[in-house]
Design a protein around this ligand. Structure first.
Ligand SMILES: NC(=O)C1=CN([C@@H]2O[C@H](COP(=O)(O)OP(=O)(O)OC[C@H]3O[C@@H](n4cnc5c(N)ncnc54)[C@H](O)[C@@H]3O)[C@@H](O)[C@H]2O)C=CC1
Ligand SMILES: O=C(O)C(=O)COP(=O)(O)O
Length: 410
């Protein structure tokens, strides 16, 4: 049986960008998806618009911008896999309005970020970046001045989510005291405590580490005033998003000696590829660790992310399951042996569900199973029907006003 929207697995096209770990390819191939193109870097908007025209699933990391214009150029796209945590690079609403489901990997690289931050904190407290840079130039900075142990120091964690909490536990194991600030009241792990405000956290912390998502509310969250509120001789670490910190204000505070050092992994503007020049006012400051957005870039994290996200894409493609989607109603679906499965994505407005059910009543189509979830914008209905009825049902359901996308799985 065929329809205009159903495809043989080998015809479903996956495009994996940004050097996604081969574990993803293995998962896809094992599940029968052999039409997979991999690209080692990110594509600019023009190249992506061309390439995505016949793609059903695209896999990206933090560099690829999936804008409204890209979604417009991708009429066949049904799913996006962000092989990372952040989804700020994707216009999630533009995706949802087109019935494109977006998944990410919320946990797989969290440990990698937490370990990096802790390592950087130790190195900065000892002034290692500057001592190392001097030694490379033939210098010899043997001194205990401004060199400190990490035990007993206070770590201020801004954003007590998956990464912040892991960091909290690791930091306490080294004898640190942990305070955190979050917009949500959170259960403190171990002996950590939630600060009354960001201001309070800044005023008591020897090290401040940022772990908030990129949101309008976190944009410029740490500017001149917040840095001025930090303790004299303290350290700032940012491995969240480059928009969170005012880099010029940070550079001024470092030059003025108010901060002992900083470690910055993410920047307001990052090079598009490893071949482009990295530009920052922080370049040349020996007490600053500059890393090229590699907080989550470990072999372990990348291999796990490849598995995690590819499995979500396979599940969605195979049976319509949207569990843990970041922009879409979540439905966990059983297998559908002996039946064809229709996926109907529609604008969430009164009357659509009634019209859907009317199609089955009017055409004498027996419904073997029906699942529904909605959010404020879209509704997602999954209907299992007899194999011989699915073509007619697909045709009729596609005509219902408010339908965004309708397709059938075999
Ligand atoms: N440098 C790198 O390679 C990586 C960077 N990241 C970045 O780290 C961010 C955090 O990751 P997770 O901990 O997994 O996220 P998460 O979503 O588990 O935790 C974020 C926490 O920040 C809190 N938050 C949100 N807005 C806030 C505000 N205005 N003030 C205070 N707290 C606020 C949330 O309530 C939540 O508890 C990601 O969104 C991503 O941008 C993640 C992985 C790797
Ligand atoms: O997971 C995230 O949000 C990250 O920032 C990691 O991004 P990446 O996959 O290394 O481009």
């Amino acid at each position: 049986m065929t329809s205009k929207t159903s495809l043989d697995k080998s015809k479903i096209k996956f495009l994996l960008l940004e050097g996604i770990h081969p574990s993803a390819l293995q998962v896809l191939q094992r599940a029968g998806y052999t039409n997979v193109e991999t690209v080692s870097g990110a594509l600019d908007a023009e190249a992506l618009q061309q390439k995505i025209a016949d793609v059903h699933f695209v896999g990206i990391r933090s560099r690829t911008q999936l804008t409204e214009a890209i979604f417009q150029a991708a009429p066949k796209l049904v799913g996006v896999g962000c092989f990372c945590i952040g989804t700020n690079q994707v216009d999630l609403n533009a995706a949802r309005e087109r019935g494109v489901v977006v998944f990410n990997a919320p946990y797989s690289n969290t440990r990698s970020v937490a370990e990096l931050v802790l390592g950087e904190a130790i190195l900065l407290l000892r002034g290692i970046p500057a001592k190392n840079a001097a030694a490379h130039r033939g210098g010899w900075l043997k001194t205990a001045d401004n060199a400190f142990e990490i035990r007993g120091k206070t770590l201020g964690i801004v954003g007590y989510g998956s990464i912040g909490t892991q960091l909290s536990v690791l930091a306490e194991s080294l004898g640190m005291q942990v305070v955190f600030h979050d917009v949500v009241t959170k259960l403190p792990l171990g002996n950590a405590r939630q600060a009354a405000s960001l201001q309070e956290l800044l005023s008591v912390s020897d090290i401040v580490s940022l772990h908030v998502p990129e949101l309008p509310s976190t944009h410029g969250m740490v500017g001149a005033a917040q840095i001025a509120a930090m303790k004299q001789g303290s350290i700032l670490i940012n491995a969240s998003r480059g928009t969170v910190v005012d880099i010029d204000a940070l550079a001024s505070a470092l030059t003025a000696g108010q901060l002992l050092g900083a470690a910055i992994d993410v920047f307001p503007v990052e090079p598009k590829s490893n071949k482009d020049e990295f530009q920052s006012v922080l370049r040349g400051m020996d007490n600053v660790i500059l890393t090229p957005h590699i907080g989550g870039s470990t072999m372990e994290a990348q291999a796990n992310i490849g598995l995690e996200v590819a499995e979500k894409l396979v599940k969605y493609s195979d049976n319509g399951t949207t569990t843990s989607a970041v922009n879409f109603p979540e439905v966990a679906l059983p297998e559908h042996p002996g039946h064809n499965r229709i996926l109907h994505v529609h604008q969430n407005r009164p009357g659509v569900l009634m019209a859907i059910n009317q199609v089955f009543a009017d055409n004498g189509i027996n419904v073997a199973g029906q699942y529904l979830r909605t959010d404020e914008k879209v509704g997602y209905v999954v209907i299992d029907v007899d194999t011989q009825s699915s073509a007619l049902a697909l045709e009729k359901l596609s005509q219902i006003a408010g339908t965004i996308r309708c397709r059938v799985l075999f």
